[in-house]
Design a protein. Sequence first.
Length: 296
Amino acid sequence: MLIAAIEAGGTKFVLGIGNENGEILERISIPTEDPSITMRKVVEFFQNKKFDAIGVGSFGPIDPRLESETYGYITTTPKQGWSNYNIIGELKKHFDVPIAFDTDVNGAALGESKWGSAKGLNSALYITVGTGIGAGAISEGKMIHGLLHPEMGHIVVRRHENDGFVGICPFHKDCLEGMASGPAIEARWGQKGYELQENHEAWQLEAYYIAQAIVNFILILSPEKVIMGGGVMKQIHLFPLIRKEIKRILNNYIIKKEVLEEIEQYIVPPTLGDNAGISGALALGLKAIEINESNS
């Protein structure tokens, strides 16, 4: 069984072909440009290939509700040209196979629960900290949806008492994404995250905001594993800072060994590494086949 996988990111699209075992057999990356340019390249890549379904994990916000008039759309994104774009409608013009559509982070959470750090668990949270901040969640073995989909990157966080940075989110200014995303780091310090020294004060502040968010997610969702990916989290010295801050904020309120004694195994990078997103799209494609077979 072969699956076409699309990780649609704000900076780049990762395209691949994989199988039901989670193996990525072919993979390329293209820049995210105007939809007309990017989608032409997507179609060209898959056009002469054989596959049984397509899985799309996309930057958001999106509309993943099948019954909605705007199902398959990227909605209120600030990404130039992509607001209210019908990405699934465009794919359906060219490919007559089952298609599953969700957020890139929901897909990554599904992929990690199927083949990665959360394999065998009933619940997990996947957070990406990069160009933006987003999170996807698996609860009772299913991706969480509701009125729309989780938008955990835009939660309100408590401002540090010594922080005068206004925030960069075009909608909320100082939400989590506005204060702690990759572009926020660059806007605040005048350098990209990977250019800053490990002992730079930026990282304590970064941990302060990210830890607040994770504490909220732990208290609300109670995930069995928290997986953190994205470009900013490649600065692996951030992990111990975040873990320490989480324990400080929780202050022994959650009496579980995973938090108190084994937090290094509880809050972890993705086992799937840089393939977390494309593997998530692959897992979504498998989900499309399951849904199609159950409806047949």
